[in-house]
Design a protein around this ligand. Structure first.
Ligand code: SF4
Length: 499
């Protein structure tokens, strides 16, 4: 990369934000997050009784999105019996909508050049202690070779900083490079079949190009929805200081024809009760105005970052107990959505989170730039955005989940056979998605066990798989023979089959 990290052409910055691509979504000049209204709803709730909680849980169990008033009631719940019922309902919803599958992926950080100055981030422009680097296409190829040939990942989240060097052309070129890699494995081959992208807010024109480049899900996290806190942490004059350009990123994505979008909050920046409410407002607004709610919700919790006072001493740090409650509340409030927990959290927290309704997580995670393919790179503060809490390998994670009775899914069929956006939402709400996804989860799990599993993991994995086969045979006797033919083909070494 020839451009230095601190070189930012003024013309580039000036042209990034298209005001008309914000204003068209405003109502009476207002955005859909009204801070005082949210706080009013939280404060005006009285002590909830069990009957009231049960009524709300009935809606969640019917896969209905809750109202902000309902969520405010659940936020207030402290009674252990009510909390227990909330947890049971969350698990039932997860099983109804997503069954016992956990989808897995790997993050791939492309570079840490960034024009912004977020107070909580080690990659911020003014942090001179960060070692800056952007991967070349050759380096991206090498990273992908490890992910596909040695670890066995099939889907990644590619993460890009906001900088002219990693703009839309670089993003598209890197996606093409990743999709081209195909590595031999024990019995077949491995490749990345779905690239989700976490990148700065874009214009509709850029988003159309991103969609056409083979995008899976487009992720932009608001970080904090609280206007005043947002302004404090994202200094004036930086691109990211424009709250609304970020807030409407997903509206623009949908207008560009991207219908799988991921929203999220960096918990620890502001009061978690406000943020959970705001996530629900975002989901409701997307569905009301654009026809589809978020495909996924993420809730990273703030971790220490290089040379960042705020990350160390935030007044809004979220305790483990509150974090568990956050997961529970989101599962109940937006029952159809996928929920992602990452390796920021410890192994134990990730285990707990599975029992609260999480559907996706990463594994064998490295977030240093170039860390998958370069030897001797554990956790290094100078080249990663934050510290990880769980550095277990994919094999260890699959083993752990299998012991808990879960199947790790490597399925990426959805967007390639048109099950995205409204289609997938309708399937999820009606509990129909499992019909396809269970089958494809089993096919891809078999593929991974054959190609990558250590003997002990293969053994426990095959035990889970046998149980799944029996279940499919009973639940879907007509479809079973065709599915079984596919499975036999996978066992013989055919790869990337889906129904
Ligand atoms: S959080 Fe993102 S936008 Fe902000 S400084 Fe870090 S990398 Fe840049």
């Amino acid at each position: 990369m020839t451009m230095a990290p601190h070189t930012i052409p003024l013309s580039w910055t000036r042209e990034r934000i298209k005001k008309d691509q914000i204003d068209r979504y405003l109502e009476n000049g207002q955005d859909f997050i009204q801070d005082s209204e949210i706080w009013k709803k939280i404060h005006e709730v009285g002590e909830p009784n069990l009957g009231q909680v049960r009524e709300i849980l009935e809606k969640s169990l019917a896969i209905q999105v809750l109202t902000p008033e309902d969520l405010a009631v659940l936020i207030r719940v402290k009674d252990p019996e009510a909390l227990q019922e909330m947890q049971e309902a969350a698990l039932k919803i997860k099983e109804k909508v997503y069954d016992n599958r956990i989808v897995t992926f790997a993050p791939l950080y492309m570079g840490n050049y960034c024009v912004n100055n977020c107070a909580y981030c080690g990659f911020r422009h003014e942090n001179l202690k960060a070692k800056r680097r952007v991967l070349s296409m050759d380096e991206i190829r090498k990273e992908t070779e490890i992910l596909t040939g040695k670890i066995g990942h099939k889907r990644i989240i590619a993460v890009y900083g906001e900088h002219p060097v990693t703009g839309i052309d670089y993003i598209l070129q890197s996606m093409k490079t990743i999709y081209e890699v195909k590595m031999p494995t024990k019995h077949g081959y491995g490749n990345i079949r779905r690239i989700n992208v976490n990148a700065a807010p874009m214009s509709i024109e850029e988003l159309v190009r991103l969609r056409d480049g083979g995008l899976g899900t487009y992720q932009v996290f608001q970080e904090t929805y609280h206007h005043e806190t947002y302004a404090k942490l994202h200094p004036k004059g930086t691109l990211k200081s424009d709250y609304r350009w970020r807030l409407y990123a997903m509206h623009r994505a949908m207008e560009a024809g991207i219908d799988d979008v991921g929203i999220g909050v960096l918990f620890g920046l502001y009061d978690w009760r406000f943020e959970v409410m705001a996530l629900l407002y975002h989901a409701i607004h997307l569905e009301a105005k654009m026809g589809i709610g978020p495909h996924t919700v993420s809730f990273p919790r703030m971790e220490p970052a290089l040379n960042s006072e705020y990350a160390e001493h935030s007044p809004h740090k979220v305790s483990d107990e509150d974090f568990r409650k956050i997961i529970l509340l989101i599962r109940l409030a937006i029952p159809y959505t996928g929920m992602i927990i990452t390796a920021r959290e410890t192994a134990q927290m990730r285990r707990d989170a599975i029992g609260l309704g999480i559907t996706q997580t990463d594994a064998s995670t490295k977030i240093g730039i170039g860390s998958y393919s370069e030897e001797g790179t554990g956790q290094e503060t100078e080249r990663q955005q934050f510290m990880l809490g769980d550095t277990r390998s994919l094999d260890e994670l699959v083993n752990d989940f299998a012991e808990m009775g879960h199947i790790t899914s490597f399925c990426t069929a959805g967007y390639r056979c048109g099950r995205t956006g409204k289609c997938i939402m309708d399937l999820l709400r009606s509990g129909q998605e499992g019909k396809f996804c269970k089958l494809n989860a089993v096919l891809t799990f078999q593929e991974w066990l054959d190609d990558f599993a250590a003997p002990a993991t293969r053994e426990v994995g095959l035990r889970v798989l046998e149980k799944e086969l029996e279940e499919i045979r009973i639940r879907n006797p007509q479809g079973f023979p065709v599915f079984y033919q596919f499975l036999e083909r996978v066992r013989k070494g055919e790869r990337d089959l889906f129904l």
